[in-house]
Design a protein around this ligand. Structure first.
Ligand code: NAD
Length: 320
């Protein structure tokens, strides 16, 4: 059994390898070669959340589980609040094959998902990237997004404006100008908008969004969370990683519950990757990707990390 510790991941998996792993993962899901098992999520008390995301890629030969959650007391322990570990198993024998640090991989696979949605759904001439949210995930999101289009500017909004320096610093590193804006301006100027917040109320209203915009809504991964108004989902062409998660814990949960969007109208991004759905239908269409975060994403990037770690001698082998 291979062990790939968290400390090794940053030198192994980069944006490009995460992107390729997630592209293959979404494509396999849409072909029904791979599927996710039901998510387990439990509140442990004192704000602690713990859960499991798991799945099987029959063709890729990947079986495993990501175990982890949110532990707010960790700040006092000087370790990240989000803690996760991926365990991989041989799908034939059930024997464990690897244990992989999952913290950085979670950020990389989440950013790869929204970046894929930009590749396949945003207008080719997109120039302005709008960011809503300035937390830990936001920098990964921005870095992955700018690889997909010739963005000339980043604009951003956050509920807590003092956090916007994080977006400004990242944009500067990427050689792009940054401007903090109000939501009206964000909607009027951005061609692509990424939302990555912990919001439980809609931040973006339908009136904010002009025709032709692509939104990647990445923050809503739990029942009750919401980043954009339900009537915007009714107007948009909605795509997701997995329909079952989109309607239960994703951004679409509210529009579906309100009867504004039918489950059958939500498409898998993997179908666009496979060429079985055309994706954007016109330059004026609003496209929206509901990125809920599926277990197979975690397994795909963890498998990549193991492959790269073995090749570079960074994986530790233990007799188990
Ligand atoms: P973080 O705690 O570092 O940052 C939270 C962000 O949300 C900040 O911008 C903060 O200002 C904003 N925020 C907090 N409360 C808010 C509120 N009530 N209304 C509006 N904005 C609010 O978190 P993070 O690690 O950057 O993660 C952001 C979100 O992304 C979380 O909800 C997390 O669960 C989710 N997430 C989703 C996936 C996925 O696969 N879809 C993966 C990882 C994280």
């Amino acid at each position: 059994m291979w062990v790939v510790p968290e400390s090794a991941i940053s030198g192994l998996v980069d944006e490009q390898s995460a992107f390729e792993a997630i592209e293959g993962c979404f494509a396999a899901m849409a072909r029904r070669d791979a599927y996710n098992f039901p998510v387990v999520r439990e509140a442990l008390g004192e704000g602690r959340q713990y859960g499991f995301k798991s799945g099987l890629d029959r063709v890729g030969g990947i079986l495993g589980v990501k175990a982890g959650g949110y532990f707010p007391g960790n700040a006092a322990r000087a370790i990240p609040n989000h803690q996760s570990t991926v365990y991989l198993f041989d799908p034939e024998s059930g024997k464990p094959t690897a244990m992989v640090g999952g913290n950085l991989l979670t950020a990389l696979r989440t950013a790869a998902a929204s970046s894929l949605s930009i590749k396949y759904l945003a207008r080719a001439d997109a120039k302005v990237l709008g960011m809503v949210g300035a937390g830990h995930q936001s920098t990964f999101q921005m870095r992955a997004a700018v690889r997909q289009r010739q963005f000339e500017k980043v604009i951003g909004w956050n509920l807590h404006p003092e956090m916007l320096t994080r977006l400004e610093d990242t944009a500067t590193e990427l050689g792009l100008p940054f401007e903090a804006v109000e939501l009206d301006q964000l909607g009027a100027e951005a061609d692509v908008i990424i939302t990555i917040t912990s919001s439980f109320e809609p931040i973006i209203e339908d009136r904010h969004i002009r025709p032709g915009t692509h939104l990647a809504c990445m923050g809503t991964d739990t029942k009750g969370k919401q980043e954009v108004a339900s009537d915007l989902l009714a107007r948009a062409a909605v795509f997701t990683d997995e329909v079952a998660q989109s309607i239960s814990i994703g951004e679409a949960q509210h529009a579906v519950a309100a009867g504004l969007l039918h489950e059958s109208a939500i498409r898998e991004l993997g179908a666009v990757i496979n060429g079985t759905h055309p994706g954007r239908s016109s330059a004026d269409e609003v496209t929206l990707f509901d990125g809920t975060g599926v277990g197979l994403q975690d397994l795909a990037v963890a498998s990549k990390a193991v492959e790269l770690a073995i090749a570079s001698g960074l994986a530790q082998e233990i007799d188990f």
